[in-house]
Design a protein around this ligand. Structure first.
Ligand SMILES: *Cc1c(COP(=O)(O)O)cnc(C)c1O
Length: 411
């Protein structure tokens, strides 16, 4: 998408607004699937929590993607968007047995990540096949050396508990049809990732009825020019080859699954916001925008670096700015950024705004969540309206009568 198209969208739909480029999502999807073309059966399950607008889910479905969900509500959204239950995997953490049973009753693939629920679910429903999420305790160390860690992680069944895991499966006679890992860390060092994969393969050999191995996600995308990113082509070549060898050893052709969120949607997203005020202090020039961490929390929450571009004045002289929001708390999008000279009223564009941006937005400070627009086939399509005052009060129960009475009695 170019600046002119983005500015036109801000003009038509107002700002702040999120814009998603369907073409970029499509090309990322194709890039990842073609990187693994040596594997006969590959399945991408898009991680819905990255960006869960129904239009985005429908786009993923049309590309042939499955869906990775972490809550029963995401399962319901997926079904509403047209996914077949068998194309949805449900990978919750810390949810109740009842919610897992509800998901199972909808026919989606269950993925269980703790022994307590596994034993209870297996005892009650030995015929429903279950995938197991393991914790391989592998993470990339400081100098990209392999280090064993994440011992405190709340995710997954520790590989050190494999004997207990096998006991539960044997006693309940439940069916295990998949093994899953998602370390959550960025796959920068492919060797580290391949090392973790070996642990997954070792675990898989304990189970006879597997249909798939799920390697989770963690693909790193560039946030600025020359930024490090996962070399998915190299990963495809190395892991793909190793996976095919494993299937021979296992004696059956399995499906290789991934659950990319950020990789598919991050770079496709643009967040557009108008500058309300340029404020010079003794130390800084602030550009205060008509938004805040209520709309884009990643800079404050993770220290994420979203590139910021002045769409209105792209050719201006570059100057240093701290870009801040209107929330009555420290609310910084970026400090000491070189941005083309900003005038009040200009539209700033935040890049990499597809993943974990709108889905983490809130109504803090009683502000409206922004609109969302999908750019597809050269046209803009509104896919979510900006909120209104009705949205802020919807669900609140009017108890004003209580206070009328208490006023009367205090008189
Ligand atoms: C969040 C999540 C993903 C997606 O991670 P990305 O870094 O966005 O690709 C995949 N699998 C599970 C289980 C997750 O919780």
């Amino acid at each position: 998408m170019n600046s002119k198209q983005l500015l036109q969208i801000a003009d038509t739909y107002g700002a702040p607004v999120y814009v998603y480029d369907a073409g970029k999502i499509t090309s990322q999807y194709k890039r990842l699937t073609s990187a693994f073309q040596s594997v006969p059966r590959v399945k991408l399950n898009y991680a819905a929590k990255a960006l869960s607008n129904l239009a985005i889910l429908r786009l993923m479905n049309s590309l042939g993607s499955g869906l990775d969900t972490v809550s029963i509500q995401e399962v319901q959204l997926g079904l509403l968007a047209g996914f077949r239950p068998e194309d949805i995997i449900y990978t919750p953490n810390g949810v109740s047995l009842e919610e897992i049973e509800e998901a199972a009753s909808l026919g989606v693939q269950i993925n269980i990540d703790n022994l307590s629920i596994l034993e209870q679910f297996g005892s009650k429903h030995p015929d429903i096949p279950v995938c197991i999420r393991i914790n391989p305790h592998v993470m990339a160390g400081g100098n990209t050396k392999i280090s064993v860690g994440h011992i405190d992680s709340k995710f997954g069944i520790s590989i050190h508990q494999t004997p207990h895991l096998l006991r539960i499966v044997e006693l309940t006679k439940m069916k295990i049809n998949g093994i899953h890992m998602h370390t959550g860390s960025d796959i920068l060092d492919i060797e580290v990732f391949l090392y973790a994969s070996e642990i997954l393969f070792d675990t898989a050999l304990h189970f006879k009825d597997l249909e798939f191995l799920d390697f989770g996600s963690g693909f790193k995308v560039p946030y600025k020019k020359n930024d490090i990113q996962t070399n998915v082509e190299e990963l495809g070549e190395k892991l793909g080859g190793r996976f095919n060898d494993f299937c021979k050893e296992y004696g059956r052709s399995l499906t290789l699954a991934f659950e990319p969120g950020k990789f598919l949607v991050s770079e496709a997203g643009f967040f557009l916001a108008r500058v309300n005020v340029v404020k010079q202090t003794t130390s800084t020039v602030f550009a205060g925008i008509d938004s805040g961490f209520n709309h884009l929390i990643r800079p404050m929450f993770y220290g994420a670096n979203h590139e910021i571009v002045n769409l209105t004045n792209p050719e201006g002289k570059e100057r240093y700015y701290s870009v801040v929001g209107y929330i009555c708390e420290t609310d910084t999008f970026g400090s000491n950024r070189r941005i083309s000279e900003i005038t009040e009223g200009d539209i700033l564009c935040f890049r990499n705004a597809g993943a974990y941006c709108y889905t983490m937005a809130s109504n803090y400070n009683s502000r409206y969540r922004p609109a969302e627009v999908l750019w597809m086939d050269g046209k803009a399509h509104l896919i979510r309206q900006r909120e209104t005052f009705e949205d802020l009060v919807r669900g609140q129960v009017d108890v004003s009568a209580l206070f009328e009475r208490s006023k009367a009695t205090t008189k």
